[in-house]
Design a protein around this ligand. Structure first.
Ligand SMILES: Nc1ccn([C@@H]2O[C@H](COP(=O)(O)OP(=O)(O)OP(=O)(O)O)[C@@H](O)[C@H]2O)c(=O)n1
Ligand SMILES: C[C@](O)(CO)[C@H](O)COP(=O)(O)O
Length: 227
């Protein structure tokens, strides 16, 4: 008999949101009356296959309890680190998962994740038994700057994709890939980079414009419109 795969979500939410200049960590800014973090967690809870959502917040966080109050299948842990990768590693260790459990990492700053995109990512990973991420093909002409505000050259956009989250991998492989990147002094800004560095080739699954990352101050207004 086929056993149901265990899928656990990790939401790194220990950033300071420097680029958003919101006067507080951006994940706690209100969008249509609810903290952005709450919206992001709710997008994950919409898929019943996710057994638990584990939110990793900063050690001195005082807002998580209120922001996540009453959400089912959700726990928060003060295991944030100095970088996104450090936060995800600490959350993975804290979760103590079987090696073959699936871990789905999703930014607290992507509250617009459509249920369909999430469903397609999970379907792909389970069907192909292969890690994958949501991403979007680069739509515009791409320029490489020369450092003085001028164009050094145009970069062919063929085959270029913008990485989004969730990013979904087997727990054991992901933890050892993140460990290896750290040991090798390679800075990774997403889970897929760590997997690539460890020699894996994650799949790309078509994401959505709505799943953009709230990064700059102006993004809050756009996200509120989508929500
Ligand atoms: N030490 C860190 C840094 C980032 N993150 C999380 O990683 C996600 C994506 O990071 P980003 O959008 O870059 O958030 P910040 O690091 O908060 O933003 P900034 O780089 O502008 O400071 C966010 O959910 C953020 O809270 C984290 O958990 N721990
Ligand atoms: C994981 C991520 O959201 C993929 O686009 C991104 O890498 C987060 O970190 P960033 O420093 O804001 O790019």
């Amino acid at each position: 008999m086929n056993q149901k795969p265990l899928i656990v979500a990790i939401v790194p939410a220990a950033g300071i949101g420097q680029r958003a200049s919101a006067g507080m960590p951006k994940q706690y800014c209100l969008l249509r009356g609810a903290p952005m973090l709450r919206w992001s967690v709710q997008t994950l809870l919409a898929d019943a296959r996710i057994a638990q959502v584990r939110v990793a917040v900063a050690a001195d966080d005082t807002r998580a309890a209120a922001a996540l109050d009453g959400l089912e299948r959700t726990v928060w842990r003060p295991c944030g680190g100095p970088s996104r990768a450090a936060t995800v590693m600490a959350a993975l260790r804290d979760a103590v998962l079987p090696e073959d459990a699936w871990v789905l990492v999703h930014d607290a700053a992507r509250p617009g994740l459509p249920a369909q995109s999430l469903g397609e990512l999970i379907d792909t990973c389970l069907a192909r038994r292969h890690g994958a991420i949501l991403a979007q093909a680069v739509p515009d002409t791409v320029k490489r700057a020369d450092g003085n505000g001028m164009i050094a050259r145009t970069v062919p956009r063929d085959g270029l994709w913008l990485a989004q989250t969730p990013q979904m991998f087997p727990a054991g492989l992901l933890l050892s890939a993140l460990d290896k990147a750290q040991d090798d002094g390679v800075e990774v800004t997403d889970e897929a980079s760590a997997m690539e560095h460890a020699g894996h080739a994650p799949l790309l699954v078509q994401g959505s414009k709505r799943n953009f990352k709230v990064t700059w101050a102006e993004d809050f207004e756009w996200m509120e419109k989508w929500l």
